[in-house]
Design a binder for this molecule. Structure first.
Ligand code: GLY
Length: 578
């Protein structure tokens, strides 16, 4: 059920759920989706609530809010804010994200689009020099690389419209964590070392995240009193506590003093959008995923539509991997060519998701040979960041949310006096057709920079629903997010456990560069050689990637599984109903 048209944001004075009180348009949309892709079985209630996030402190904080009477949406606010504090290299108040919500009472779902927007003074060629060449680092480091953040607006919106607890309560754990601090671990050290130059360039970032201007040792406590103050403003004043008043003034003056282009008008004008998710079907499962400006749902469904044309379960491993890679290549080609912010450009969503299109694409797949990406017509022109969490509450509400500040530690720039680390999401725009971003992704006209436009994303919070149950999953990982979700989702459809989805070895193809990227130890030597014989270039990466967080509510057996990717340091927890 592709649909990218923006529905108006809810009236925030409607308590507890715009979906329930939504106008006929939204009800019509959901009814149609449910008619076409019915959810088998009545909603029921899960035996356990479950939370999987990338950080133990965030998982525990979310579970406490559920125990205090909050619902999954309150827990999502708490977890997002806690992650903003303890995983500063992944997401934060200075970033954005997509929150996919499912309400048990209406059986409706919505995507809260809190993606960053280009500042109003942004221009198409702002990262190019006089000769039209990209200026090294300009879209990645410092405040010029930062889009206008959406996370705070999204959290306030979720709290006002879907939660039942006040922000003062749901933000309290994050405030505590910011004041008391958290311990540096090896992962923090790796991320900080990777972004050391950018952090050193910002005095406030260096004070907040480094020790004596260097990477802090394991066990060092990172305290963020300015961030705690900003969180308190938000807890007291809602969005005005961030997009107006002292915090906004400080952010803008700090950004402009360091050659950024934000204005207070940019902050005041920022609005989240409630969007219908992208919905499709794969082997009897209803797939619900992120709508544009994420490419996630479209690319995922496009891949699944092509996969559904073959019985990949019956293929031998080489044939199966070869076919899946060819499908990835084609869907990522379309990502590069066609996708961007649907509020600014016409997206051919219906066409890309049609069965007919999948058939046409699949016909071109040679079952024995890799198709060189350059032969795919009509294109003109390592995921260490971001975070994901999955939540199920005991009423059967669920949330999948993927949040980001883009590169590790975002732009590396902290606005003085606010503790807010700014994103460098502007790099997700196509800064010049055909020029790759930090993830090696290329883009075209649809994703060119325009004032107020949202940059294309790969973040793919996803639900998978059938009479078997509900899978709630997602992961960080830049351009590889969508293929990771695909691999996890195929495991789920095969009836594997949630732990298997998150553990599965990962491979990835994104059209350009024309190579299969592989986790170390991902394929056997024999499989690699077979793929190379078919014309694939296989590149084994130095490190594994992703940090998938997943929940499975097995409705048939009324049991809940929860799993956190063993590649990361997250925590999956369950609380059984009394
Ligand atoms: N910044 C990564 C993404 O949105 O895809």
């Amino acid at each position: 059920m592709p649909n990218t048209s923006a529905l108006p944001a809810n009236n925030k004075h409607q308590p507890h759920g715009s979906l329930k009180k939504a106008p006929a348009l939204r009800w019509g949309f959901f009814s149609l989706c449910l008619l076409l892709f019915p959810l088998a079985g009545a909603a029921g209630q899960p035996r356990s609530a479950a939370i999987a996030t990338a950080h133990p402190d965030a998982s525990r904080a979310g579970m406490k809010i559920l125990e205090a009477g909050g619902n999954a949406f309150d827990a999502a606010v708490t977890v997002s804010a806690a992650l903003a504090v303890v995983e500063p290299y992944s997401s934060g108040l200075g970033g954005g994200g997509f929150w996919l919500l499912h309400r048990a009472d209406t059986q409706g779902e919505v995507m809260i689009d809190g993606r960053e927007k280009a500042p109003l003074a942004a221009t198409r060629d702002m990262y190019l020099d006089d000769t039209g060449k990209p200026i090294a680092g300009a879209s990645v480091n410092g405040p010029l690389a930062a889009g206008i953040p959406g996370e705070v607006a999204a959290l306030v919106h979720i709290a006002d419209n879907y939660g039942r607890l006040p922000l003062k309560q749901t933000l309290a754990p994050a405030i505590r964590l910011a004041e008391k601090g958290f311990e540096v671990d090896e992962h923090y050290r790796r991320m900080a070392a990777f972004r050391l130059d950018a952090l050193r360039a910002s005095p406030a970032a260096a004070r907040q995240f480094l020790k004596d201007n260097d990477v802090p040792p394991v066990g060092y406590i990172v305290r963020q009193p300015d961030l705690a103050k900003t969180l308190r403003f938000i807890a007291d004043q809602g969005r005005q506590g961030f997009y107006g008043g002292e915090v906004a003034r400080r952010m803008v003056s700090s950004v402009r003093a360091a050659d950024g282009i934000w204005t207070e008008k940019d902050l005041q004008a920022y609005q989240i959008v409630e969007r219908p998710p992208i919905v499709g079907k794969y082997r009897g499962w209803r797939v619900v995923s992120a709508a544009p400006p994420s490419s996630g749902g479209i690319v995922l469904l496009e891949m699944l539509n092509m996969l559904a044309l073959q019985d990949i379960g019956k293929m031998n491993t080489v044939d199966r991997i070869h076919y899946v890679v060819e499908v990835m290549r084609r869907a990522y080609r379309d990502r590069a060519q066609w996708l961007g912010d649907g509020d600014f450009v016409q997206l051919p969503v219906q066409r890309l998701l049609s069965r007919e299109y999948a058939r046409r694409m699949a016909v071109g797949i040679d079952r024995e040979r890799a198709t060189p990406s350059r032969q795919l017509k009509s294109f003109r022109a390592e995921g260490q960041d971001t975070t994901h969490f999955s939540i199920l509450d005991k009423e059967g509400n669920y949330v999948a949310a993927t949040l980001s500040i883009n590169y590790p530690f975002g732009s590396g720039f902290v606005a003085e006096g606010t503790g807010v680390l700014l994103n460098d999401e502007m790099d997700d725009f196509s800064i010049k057709p055909g020029v790759a971003n930090v993830y090696g992704l290329v883009g075209a006209e649809a994703n060119a920079i325009e004032p107020g436009k949202r940059m294309l994303s790969s973040m793919s919070p996803t639900f998978l629903e059938s009479d078997q149950g509900v899978a709630i999953l997602g992961t960080p990982g830049g351009s590889r997010i969508i293929t990771m979700v695909l691999i996890g989702l195929l495991e789920a459809v095969d009836g594997k456990s949630a732990l298997e989805w998150v553990k599965q070895p990962r491979f990835h193809h994104q059209y350009l560069p024309d190579e299969i990227q592989l986790e170390p130890g991902g394929f056997s030597e024999e499989l690699r050689l077979e793929l190379e014989k078919r014309g694939h270039k296989v590149v084994v990466k130095e490190r594994p990637w992703g940090n998938m967080q997943a929940v499975f509510w097995n409705r048939k057996e009324n049991r809940v599984e929860v799993a956190s990717d063993p590649r990361g340091g997250g925590l999956a927890i369950k609380a059984t109903n009394k």
